[in-house]
Design a binder for this molecule. Structure first.
Ligand code: FES
Length: 131
């Protein structure tokens, strides 16, 4: 049985509560090829939530400006392209052109004060945070 690796991507306190941060990572696919993997991580109090940084409307990254993921009220994720908004806790689009569709969730965990991704094989040399 293969055990999934756990990869720390940033400290829990690197993302203030009610803020989101993007990460451009690289994963190994089933054939061993490197594939770009862009994610957005939301911190909400003691919870962290993660989604692929890809709008279900036409597949672009959600942040129209680097690390600008939230709507003006700071309570939903928002796509900068056409303004679709998504519930933080579910990724469900509740307004905009892709209403009713959902962001793709990713598995995260917090371990020893770090936010970690699980369930993927990362190419660690190419991991970088949006800054
Ligand atoms: S690409 Fe995101 S709302 Fe159109």
């Amino acid at each position: 049985m293969q055990v999934d690796a756990i990869y720390a991507i940033c400290g829990f306190n690197d993302i203030p509560s009610r803020k989101a941060m993007g990460f451009h990572l690289m994963v190994l696919d089933h054939d061993g090829n490197h594939q770009p993997w862009s994610i957005v991580v939301v911190r909400w109090g003691k919870k962290v939530l993660g989604y692929l940084n890809r709008c279900p409307h036409n597949g672009v990254a959600l942040d129209w400006e680097q690390n600008e993921f939230l709507d003006p009220d700071g309570v939903r994720l928002m796509c900068g392209k056409h303004g679709s908004t998504f519930e933080l806790g579910t990724g469900l689009c509740v307004d905009g052109p892709c209403k009713g569709r959902t962001l793709t969730p990713i598995a995260l965990t917090v371990l020893d004060g770090d936010i970690c991704v699980v369930g993927v094989r990362l190419v660690e040399d190419n991991a970088s945070r949006n800054e």
